[in-house]
Design a protein around this ligand. Structure first.
Ligand code: NAD
Ligand code: MG
Length: 395
């Protein structure tokens, strides 16, 4: 039985992780849950999974959470069960470091996950990493902490899980390059001329995956793949010229590795995030599931094409930020978070996304630092968010 804590429990990653727990009650026990502001779902999760500790990011909703919990308990004979309930960022960090949880699933979206992830690492917890933004912005601080505390950083992003799975049994020095697959996002079949007029609603229709809003927009701009290139650089210690991207519209091959002798290994499966999440929690073991098995005939044709860098400049922006290193990935990431929020609230158009990110990264380049501290990273993140508004005012 493995004790786990889930940060971002009410989101797409969080609910799919809890689905794993529901189906494997003999394998997993929930110690802590943390979420932003969806109090009704959080209350239901508390009642079902009985965590010892809970945190609600949005402090102003605490009384609503208590009401929702009281409502759910009506008519149930009083039980001695009472979770500890905390609020705010510090509360989430406390949940991350709490008790005997061995693994913490990081399902908070964005750089808001950075301090809780650090708290979990410092408390000796292994990390099932879904929250890629944390590693992209915070790697210069996070990676040394992972080493210092001897914890494991296990990828839950589907591509990185695929690479990690392919790497099992590959000797040190055996890896030559990796190939990240990309579905192509909502607009993969739309001519480039039509991108200027796409709506938020269009962008949120992902062809293969059902995910949170931010990552769905990142998939439509292909920034998600760019962020994953940086994530792969840090997770697998690869140079950027060892990381390639290929468009694979069917999302059956989740990524591939090439070893020194040119042999290529791939991991396949239906598009279901529970699989990489389960492996990040069960590694090095494999747990039997009753999930639908892959049927290659049903999966049909698997096709591949070059990514279109003209149509999707975000990939190159991410490669450039990754190669610049230091604080630049944090700046790219924070600028992206800010512009995606502006796009989602219909304040800017789809094509403004790469344009604004590029402006912000260009403005930052002379201030980059090779070995940043945590404060440097947090300051760069804040700077980039402000710089997006400054760039908007200039236009
Ligand atoms: P989501 O929007 O569905 O859920 C986000 C969760 O984080 C929610 O529980 C929300 O309450 C919580 N949250 C948001 N802001 C918070 C804050 N400031 N403080 C505390 N909690 C906060 O997002 P998601 O799609 O589940 O994605 C989560 C992370 O996993 C992202 O980093 C994403 O890139 C990564 N990821 C997701 C998928 C997927 O299939 N959804 C796949 C790969 C990677
Ligand atoms: Mg992914």
């Amino acid at each position: 039985m493995k004790a786990i804590t889930i940060l971002g429990s009410t989101g797409s990653i969080g609910t799919q992780t809890l689905d794993i727990v529901t189906h494997h009650p003999d394998q997993f026990r929930v110690v802590g849950l943390a979420a932003g502001s969806n109090v009704n779902l959080l209350a239901e999760q508390i009642r079902t999974f009985k965590p010892e500790i809970v945190a609600l990011g949005n402090e102003s909703k605490l009384s609503e959470l208590q009401e929702a919990l009281a409502k759910l308990s009506e008519g149930i004979a009083s039980s001695p069960y009472q979770p500890k309930i905390l609020v705010g960022q510090e509360g989430i960090c406390e949940v991350a470091r709490y008790g005997d949880a061995q693994s913490v699933v990081t399902g908070i979206v964005g750089c808001a996950g950075l301090l809780p992830t650090i708290a979990a690492i410092e408390a000796g917890k292994d990390i099932a990493l879904a929250n890629k933004e944390t590693l992209i912005a915070g790697a210069p601080v996070v990676l040394p902490l992972v080493k210092k505390h001897g914890v494991k950083l296990l990828p839950a992003d589907s591509e990185h899980s695929a690479i990690f799975q392919c790497l099992q049994g590959v000797c040190d020095g055996g890896l030559r390059r990796i190939i990240l697959t990309a579905s192509g996002g909502s607009f993969r079949d739309l001519p480039v001329e039509q991108l200027s007029s796409v709506t938020v609603k269009d962008a949120l229709k992902h062809p293969n995956w059902s995910m949170g809003q931010k990552i769905t927009i990142d998939s439509a701009t292909l920034m998600n793949k760019g962020l994953e290139v940086i994530e792969a650089h840090y997770l697998f210690n690869l140079d950027y010229d060892q990381i390639d991207i290929v468009i694979h519209p069917q999302s059956i091959i989740h990524s591939l590795i090439e070893v020194q002798d040119t042999s290529v290994l791939a991991q396949l499966g239906w598009a279901d995030m529970r699989l990489p999440l389960l492996y990040a929690l069960s590694w090095p073991e494999r747990i039997y599931t009753d999930w639908q098995q892959l049927d290659l005939v049903k999966a049909g044709d698997l096709t591949f094409r070059e990514p279109d860098h003209q149509k999707y400049p975000c990939m190159q922006l991410a490669y450039a930020a990754g190669k610049a290193g230091g604080l630049m990935p944090a700046v790219l990431n924070a600028a992206n978070e800010q512009v995606v929020a502006l796009f989602l609230s219909e304040k800017i158009g789809f094509l403004d996304i790469p344009r604004l990110i590029e402006t912000v990264c260009d403005r930052f380049s002379s201030q980059n630092t090779a070995e940043p501290s945590l404060d440097d990273i947090i300051n760069a993140d804040q700077w980039a968010r402000q710089a997006v508004f400054a760039a908007l005012r200039k236009n």
